[in-house]
Design a protein around this ligand. Structure first.
Ligand SMILES: [Zn+2]
Length: 289
């Protein structure tokens, strides 16, 4: 049917082209050629390309899924190892490096050191206007975790259940908008002892669990949370004294503190020399409550 129409059309075109001026005939030829071309494109040729494009789109869509299922498997395996360590089936040891309250300018240096040493860490971050660094944390294989939006212990975060959860949700959305990554791991500002001091630990833990979150404390530190402590002894001494003989260690550090960043290379080297595996935290970890 179409071919017939086209043929009639072509005859008319031929007649017209004889009669009409060169310009008109050329224009009509173009219209005719274009119709033929469209017909050609709408057949097999064009369909194959659409299929290819659709396949590519599906492939790219599934990349996210395959990354997240690989990540899940990875964290499940870490959990299995933790269980084996705790039951005595494995004599390996695990160290989780954690950095709180960032990101700061120093975080770039921390990330450079971790990259150089090829070890992953966990960053309990706040909401700050340094968006490129959140993406870098995720891209370089570290765990990005919630530490509330503002961390204002004295002025509001622990005022009520709602004020705390508002800051958790706010940061969660903020990080998701920047990185596309939804965190479900948190550390209470000041630790769960601070939440306890405000009489909110159990209520907040329940709320967090309902949202799929787990919280992580620490088992040792570089003492960089307060200057008073560092007057007693150095970051390195704090590390050596508190991070002793632990099968599974969670080391608390702050990426605003230059003294910690200065000894970070040595800490990592020391942990490696002692045979520790340095790994990133997830809410599957036995250390996540
Ligand atoms: Zn903090």
């Amino acid at each position: 049917m179409e071919y017939g129409n086209n043929r009639n059309y072509a005859i008319i075109v031929v007649i017209l082209s004889v009669l009409a001026s060169t310009v008109i005939s050329l224009q009509l030829k173009i219209i005719y050629d274009n119709r033929q071309l469209k017909k050609y494109l709408s057949d097999d040729f064009f369909q194959i390309n659409t299929e290819e494009i659709e396949n590519k789109i599906e492939e790219y869509t599934n990349i996210d899924k395959s990354i997240s299922s690989t990540k899940e498997e990875y964290f499940n395996n870490i959990r299995k190892l933790e269980d084996m360590i705790l039951s005595g089936e494995s004599d390996k040891r695990i160290a989780y490096l954690t950095f709180d309250d960032g990101p700061y300018k120093l975080t770039y240096r921390v990330l450079d050191i971790l990259k150089e040493e090829k070890v992953p860490a966990t960053f309990f971050v706040l909401g700050k206007d340094t968006s490129d660094i959140y993406m870098r944390i995720v891209r370089e294989g570290h765990t990005l975790a919630n530490h509330t939006m503002y961390h204002n212990i004295g002025k509001g975060v622990y005022r009520s259940k709602d004020s705390f959860m508002e800051q958790v949700n706010k940061l969660e959305n903020y990080l998701y908008d920047i990185t596309g990554y939804k965190t479900s791991l948190i550390r209470f500002p000041g630790g769960s002892g601070t939440a306890q001091a405000f009489g909110l630990k159990d209520t907040l833990t329940n709320e967090l669990h309902n949202k799929g979150y787990k919280y992580v404390e620490w088992t040792c530190e570089t003492g960089d949370g307060s200057d008073k402590r560092l007057q007693q002894k150095s970051e390195w001494e704090w590390y050596k004294d508190t991070c002793k003989d632990q099968k599974i260690m969670v080391l608390l550090m702050h990426d605003y503190h230059e003294g910690t960043v200065d000894v970070l290379h040595n800490i990592i080297k020391d942990l490696k020399d002692q045979g520790y595996l340095i790994l990133p935290l997830s809410n599957k970890s036995v250390m996540a409550k």
